[in-house]
Design a binder for this molecule. Structure first.
Ligand code: SAM
Length: 231
């Protein structure tokens, strides 16, 4: 059954696939089909999803580079009675993704923020890690320079499961740091979840580096670290 799309004063926060285009809810598709416009990070990425489902919609770009400049335009459009959805390049918007400023401005303007839940790489990786998940710490991307060492030292003492995001360029560096700061820590490294080259490595950072370094490893990664004393 189609959900009626309220046309006024709403931003739907719509989760989209993290790789496999089939990982999208019926409700998300219904909303994307029925809103007046979609706010996205990169039109090329969002068009791949929309084309796959034959959805043709006006796109407005709001990303890390232009979000501040786009806010007034978007709020004005919504207040004029238009409905909209916010998506990111992958997964759940606002989870290590832009949009915080926009959402806060929308809240100030009495615009309702409605979640349309779905995939997130963080939950997908945590769910297959085998580590306790009733309480965990999500750190997203570690700071690249300032504060990185301090954060790694803090994480070495963390008694909960830890989830980190990492890119192709720094995955080996991150594993080398985990090896240095937490040599015995059990970890799970999930690459390209839901995609063709999905792969999961389990062991210590040292053991995983051995297998990762023997090949050219590309893609997107989630690194899940077991709690400090996990056996
Ligand atoms: N909002 C997204 C979410 O809900 O997962 C995360 C966006 S963040 C900018 C992108 C990072 O998420 C990537 O660098 C990677 O660490 C992780 N990621 C996204 N898709 C992934 C996938 N299919 N497999 C593994 N990690 C992924």
């Amino acid at each position: 059954m189609d959900e009626p799309i309220n046309s006024r004063n709403i931003i739907y926060i719509v989760a989209t696939p993290i790789g496999n285009l089939e990982d999208i809810t019926l409700r998300a598709l219904n909303i994307l089909r029925n809103v007046d416009f979609i706010i996205c990070e990169d039109t090329r990425v969002t068009k791949i999803l929309l084309d796959h489902y034959n959805i043709h919609k006006k796109l407005i770009v709001a990303n890390a580079f232009n979000e501040a400049n786009q806010i007034n335009k978007i709020i004005t459009e919504i207040k004029s009675g238009k409905s909209c959805a916010l998506v990111s390049d992958a997964g759940t918007p606002l989870i290590s993704d832009p949009g915080t400023k926009l959402i806060n401005e929308a809240i100030k303007n009495n615009i309702s923020i409605i979640p349309v839940p779905g995939p997130s790489a963080l939950i997908a990786a945590l769910s297959i890690s085998g580590f306790p998940s009733s309480s965990f710490v999500f750190e997203g991307f570690l700071p690249q320079k300032k504060g990185r060492q301090k954060k790694l030292m803090e994480l070495a003492e963390e008694e909960r499961t830890i989830v980190l995001y990492e890119s192709t360029y720094r995955i080996v560096k991150l594993l080398e740091e985990i090896k240095q700061y937490m040599p015995l820590r059990k970890i799970a490294v999930a690459r390209e979840l839901t995609k063709k080259f999905e792969e999961v490595w389990r062991g210590t950072a040292d053991e995983i580096l051995d297998s990762i370094k023997t090949k050219t490893v590309k893609g997107e990664f989630v690194v899940v670290l077991a709690p400090k004393d996990f056996k």
